[in-house]
Design a protein around this ligand. Structure first.
Ligand code: NAP
Length: 242
């Protein structure tokens, strides 16, 4: 069974990606950290559209949880091949560097960068065996440009961009592509406290984007037809910065 794993699929961009990949015919593993109710809503929406999937709870910042939960799932479901992996789970915890606490640095880096490494390494094995895979990492404008108040988040996302380019070269011969999508300002819980009216003036398209618009870009890179695109970063930012 063609399967897709989306980390952080319970809300926002991850939810829209889950729904989109299910509509492409994938059985979707909806990962989440703690918000089971929201994760169940994602799964219900997948099923309402005629798709299917299941919830897989683990913290992407915790390597032993990943190994135990995802590792066990892979072992016990040999008929479900994870063809698509979307490393979407991410958090921000902003502060000027001078006042940034150790935990703020650690948590943000662990979630995006360590999460990418430990989850991807686990699913890579079967992609290599089947000689097919699509890995899409959700990064950020912050990781390309750097944003003040986000040294932790910018470093985490820039790290994932570097890893995307390196891994793409390692696995290209095996039918696996590795790309990144870099959203700008997207309407989700993460940007809830931002003033869209003020910020949209900087954005050529003059509005925040939607989670569905990011999901559309992910679906393109995750499609079979995108086989000759790898190691790229696709910005979805209304022209803000590329
Ligand atoms: P969001 O609405 O805050 O949702 C975050 C998702 O990530 C939730 O499903 C959450 O699960 C999950 N998550 C957080 N930490 C996790 C962990 N340690 N393990 C597993 N899952 C975890 O965020 P979003 O706006 O959709 O952002 C999604 C991705 O896009 C992130 O990587 C973010 O950095 C990136 N991004 C967003 C924007 C934007 O404007 N929104 C811009 C650029 C990049 P729970 O529900 O269980 O908490």
């Amino acid at each position: 069974m063609k399967t897709a794993l989306v980390t952080g699929g319970s809300r926002g961009i991850g939810r829209a990606i889950c729904i989109k990949l299910a509509a492409m015919g994938y059985y979707v593993l909806v990962n989440y950290k703690s918000n089971m109710q929201e994760a169940e809503t994602t799964l219900s929406q997948i099923r309402e559209n005629g798709g299917d999937g299941e919830l897989l709870k683990f913290d992407v910042a915790d390597r032993s949880q990943i190994k135990q939960t995802l590792g066990d799932w892979i072992t016990t479901n040999p008929e479900k091949h994870v063809e698509i992996l979307v490393n979407n789970a991410g958090i921000k915890d902003d502060s000027l560097m001078l006042w940034m606490k150790d935990e703020q640095w650690d948590n943000v880096i662990k979630t995006s960068l360590d999460g990418f490494f430990f989850v991807t390494r686990l699913v890579l094995d079967s992609m290599l065996l089947k000689r097919y895979g699509r890995i899409v990492n959700i990064v950020s404008l912050s990781g390309l440009k750097g944003l003040p108040g986000q040294t932790n988040y910018s470093a985490a996302k820039a790290g994932v961009i570097g890893a995307t380019k390196a891994l793409a070269q390692e696995v290209g011969r095996s039918g696996i592509t590795v790309n990144a999508v870099a959203p700008g300002f997207i309407k989700t819980d993460m940007t809830e406290e931002l003033d869209e009216k003020e910020l949209k003036r900087m954005i050529p398209v003059n509005r925040f984007g939607s989670a569905e618009e990011v999901a559309h870009a992910v679906a393109f890179l995750a499609s079979g037809e995108a086989a000759y695109i790898t190691g790229q970063v696709l910005s979805v930012n209304g022209g803000l910065y590329s």
